[in-house]
Design a protein around this ligand. Sequence first.
Ligand SMILES: N[C@@H](CCC(=O)N[C@@H](CS)C(=O)NCC(=O)O)C(=O)O
Length: 235
Amino acid sequence: MTSKFMLCSFKTCPWVQRAAIVLQAKQVPYDITYIDRDNRPEWFLAISPHSKVPVLQIDGKHALFESNAIAEYLEETASPRLHPEDAIARARNRAWTDYVTTFSSAISNTMYADSEDEFAARAGKIAAPFGKLDEALGKRGNAGPYFNGPKLSLVDAAYAPFVQRYTFMDRLRPLGIIEKYPRLAAWRDALLDAAAVKASTVPNIEAVWQENLVVRGRWLAKFVPESVRGAAMVE
Ligand SMILES: N[C@@H](CCC(=O)N[C@@H](CS)C(=O)NCC(=O)O)C(=O)O
């Protein structure tokens, strides 16, 4: 029997996006429910132990939390297989997938800086994880365009939302970091061009992401064009 999936989300959440990329790559149909970050409903709090999105509801009976656990569950239950067949390659993929928390923190901390000085200090910490990824891409032993070659994988799904957030940030306030890491830049371009990534968010994600900076009063918000302010619904 086919299961019915419902993904609980905030529109701009990169961790939800990771789960959505996996659902899209496996062509698994799902509904998405956007909840209000500032007024999380009781039914959601009851199924999300740390009150975070994503939660994947299955047949209204089971609720899975943590984007990595959701991705691995989908990997075990829906084809095509996105992990590599080789056990060593799979373990390396899982290890680099785990590293996404270091990579994402450098980007999210910069995005949410409250002053120009804080922004500059935090942006200064992006190069180190970018360098590590660039090095890993150099050692992967294939020509890409994705982490394991021509097929999108779970490690790609984990990083795509964050290289996209970096790109959004770079367009508001050029950072000049990714240019120093050509393999990472090429991987970013391939990820942002992937059909599963394009279909994993609301169509106006960049405007919604910009509006989210405005709503949260972050320093970067001062570069958001007037035409966007108030035009995109964050929740
Ligand atoms: N480790 C979690 C992280 C999820 C996460 O941090 N989600 C954010 C939204 S992007 C959240 O719900 N934060 C709760 C909050 O803002 O209070 C995962 O991978 O699912």
